[in-house]
Design a protein around this ligand. Structure first.
Ligand code: TRP
Length: 369
């Protein structure tokens, strides 16, 4: 098996998620934890049932506190560097579900300096543009404006900087090197950055002058940031943030994750035709070489990207199961499967784009708090 890499800046190869749990030292989400969650949420989100959210740190503690009447807040974020793509929507849809089920606040960070610092060719003008564009997508996901606050690092610097330096003071260069692989050639802004990403995990506690538990839903690549933050928090008299982690939506061409810097990524702003062309042209197929062989031996849904995408976006379990069986038996052809996925994604994006348009008028509600 090919070697895989998962860091906050790079995701490559065929990811072995069980191995990642061991390497990162997180915990697997088991059935007992799901049952316990269900007591509060009544049903389970399909992303949990399908183990797309598969790992956590201290989520059980969050439930302990919740059961004692001690509500948590949610924190997640997006570093603007390109338009939003389908992969970004996955943790956001799940975060919205958590917000609705537990009726809790969400702090959404837009670290608009992050990709400026880490990417050679990205200007602050670019990140400013994408901060706005990405905000539209976050709002379109449907977060409750009364319970959701946007934090933009360069805009809210007056509030955040004071907290960031408390964190930064407790992180040595050696720790940062160990967690992120920095070298002597890394710019010093990048080295400082993780302290900014730690801030929203305890800023609400500072503002309310009382410790409030924090739960961070995110894709597993962000874990190094919060691993470092968790070590620091007790030193500044704050709770360690808990977190819940998802897998990556695979790239259309199969290896690694969907990324905004690749040519065949599906963006939330794509037209129906663009989605169709990208899936037809690039989506890796688990089908057989000839029609005859496919009918006889069946396809392999487990490696078929169109099918994988349905596991992320088709909420109907029965529909999904039927597609799986029909593809495996050879009844459903690769072209037909692609068509199902194209229609599903286009339907979803049509709705999303409508809401995204309306969001232009709503931004202020999320920014002024
Ligand atoms: N570093 C993340 C990115 O590259 C952005 C981010 C900031 C984030 N705070 C977060 C992601 C909290 C998840 C949870 O997009």
């Amino acid at each position: 098996m090919q070697k895989f890499i998962v860091t906050p800046w790079e995701v490559k190869g065929n990811i072995d998620y069980d191995k990642l749990i061991k390497e990162f030292g997180t915990s697997k989400i088991n059935d007992a934890l799901l049952e316990r969650t269900k007591k509060h949420t009544k049903d389970l989100h399909y992303l949990l049932k399908r183990k797309i959210f598969f790992s956590h740190r201290d989520f059980d503690w969050i439930l302990n506190e919740y059961e004692k009447g001690n509500k948590f807040f949610l924190y997640t974020g997006r570093a603007p560097s390109s338009h939003t793509h389908l992969g970004h929507l996955v943790p956001w849809m799940f975060t919205k579900w958590l917000q609705d089920k537990f009726k809790v606040d969400l702090w959404f960070q837009f670290p608009d300096e992050e990709k400026f610092l880490f990417k050679e060719n990205l200007t602050l003008k670019d990140t400013e543009k994408y901060t706005y564009e990405n905000m539209l997508d976050v709002i379109a996901v449907g977060f409750d404006p009364k319970r959701t606050k946007f934090l933009v690092d360069t805009k809210h610097a007056n509030l955040m900087y004071k907290e960031a330096i408390k964190v930064a003071k407790k992180i040595t260069f050696s720790t940062a090197k160990g967690a992120f692989g920095f070298t002597d050639e890394t710019n010093i802004g990048s080295i400082f950055y993780t302290s900014m990403q730690a801030v929203p995990a305890f800023l609400p506690s500072v503002l309310k002058n009382k410790k409030i538990p924090c739960l961070i839903p995110h894709a597993i690549d962000q874990d190094p940031h919060f691993r470092v933050a968790r070590d620091v928090m007790p030193k500044i008299d704050q709770y360690k943030p808990a977190s819940i982690h998802c897998r990556f939506l695979p790239a259309l061409t199969e290896s690694g994750k969907m990324s905004g810097s690749e040519g065949h990524t599906i963006f939330t702003t794509d037209s129906e035709k663009e989605v169709e062309n990208k899936i037809k042209k690039y989506a890796f197929s688990g089908g057989r070489d000839t029609l005859e062989e496919h009918r006889k031996k069946g396809g392999n849904p487990d490696i078929d990207i169109s099918y994988q995408y349905l596991t992320f976006f088709e909420e109907d379990d029965k529909k999904l199961e039927k597609i799986y069986q029909d593809y495996k038996s050879g009844k459903l052809l690769s072209g037909e499967l692609k068509q199902i996925t194209i229609e599903k994604i286009n339907k979803m994006l049509k709705e999303h784009q409508k809401k995204r348009d309306k969001a232009r008028k709503q931004i202020d509600k999320f920014l002024k708090w």
